[in-house]
Write a protein that binds this ligand. Sequence first.
Ligand code: SAH
Ligand code: SF4
Ligand code: F3S
Length: 441
Amino acid sequence: MNEPKNFRIKSFGCQMNVYDGERMAELLSSKGMPEAKEGEEADLVILNTCHIREKAAEKAYSDVGRMVREDGSRPMVALAGCVAQAEAGEAQKRSKNIDIVVGPQAYHRLPDLVDQAAKGGRPVDTDMPAISKFDAMPARSKSGPSAFLTVAEGCDKFCTYCVVPYTRGAEISRPWGDIVSEALSLVERGAREITLLGQNVSAWSGQDEKGRTGGLELLIRRLAKIDGLERLRYTTSHPADMDEGLIAAHGDVDKLMPYLHLPVQAGSDRILKAMNRHHTAESYLKLIERFRTARPDMAISGDFIVGFPGESDAEFEETLAIVDAVRYASAYSFKYSPRPGTPAADMEDQIEADVMDDRLQRLQAKLSEHSLAFNRSKVGQTFPILIERKGKKPGQMIGKSPWLQSTFVETGAVIGDMVEVRIEQALPNSLGATLLEKVPA
Ligand code: SAH
Ligand code: SF4
Ligand code: F3S
């Protein structure tokens, strides 16, 4: 296979994969390999995959299959991300079209792996080296108005259904100085909003310039001082790791947006225990109350799993009850998917597919009612949105509200502008607005 001249990355799964995809792109570009333009064929395709549910993992292999062109040729294919970590060399046994396998902690070695593949090798690198991949990465070279920044990675929670502790490894916090300098360079390159990422971001801890030890609150307070940065968000939090300081920050850091993604997964304490979640329905609800006391307009978002092994009808009803109690602004809900190597996959009483379908439908109907109600509560209000992309109609732009709602507006403003709007219409997944004025930069 020839040395590739350009590349394309396709990222699936969570926001961290999107972030990793950007870093891999910057790394290859810094080595002189440009990204393929739209419509242009790429010599190297990197599939940055997700292993979280069976469907997501299967998608990786069907995408590999689709890489073969009509004339039988194909680009060099690198399998990256969590499927790569989970399957390692097995992936190449399953598909002869995978040249490189590179795990989420080893992608700083990609240029070297590409060289090996160009010489006919089929390198697999799923090491989780002690030196951080971040140290080996070039500085940030690009940013959109809304940027992701990984501050913590990995997970030590071992929820019994979840592959992440195996695919991303043990929890690590990136050092303070690295995070601050990456945030500064993102803002220099146009970021006005930064979302701090971690599988369990609320467990971040580190030492500031003065050697004081602190958690996510301290970091947020520091980043909020960056001129030109208007908005801060963080995701994903675990209910067992939220502290008073972080809650208080929502009350007094203006740049910290009133939005919290706090997965609960299920409403039954017996199921939560079987999931190894370290919280109960009641402790979760109390936590939400504390956030709402600090910041009354806080939008709460969550993740749910229906049909965890052994979940009875009555236990599922408890999930519906917690949804009503919290009134989620938005949520992601999934059918339980048994994952190889996780304890729940071997549990008895796996739930039938049709029961799961039915539960998911009922849950999603309820979640939609609440998100529509939340969106409706904004009609008539005025606030700034950060323009992120063009809408489908001419002159239409789409921006995000402080509560992360996609908001449509007709305006001459461009991507990256903050504009003040009035909300005229609420839909289940978006808001319609009219323009009031542009907020000065
Ligand atoms: N704390 C993580 C969660 C990652 S997984 C984070 O940083 O986002 C995202 C969601 O996928 C989980 O909250 C859970 O609701 C869901 N999920 C995880 N494993 C699953 C499985 N085996 N089956 C179905 N859904 C799952
Ligand atoms: Fe997975 Fe649980 Fe860790 Fe989230 S907290 S990544 S669901 S093990
Ligand atoms: Fe998927 Fe890995 Fe993210 S399994 S959800 S890409 S951490």
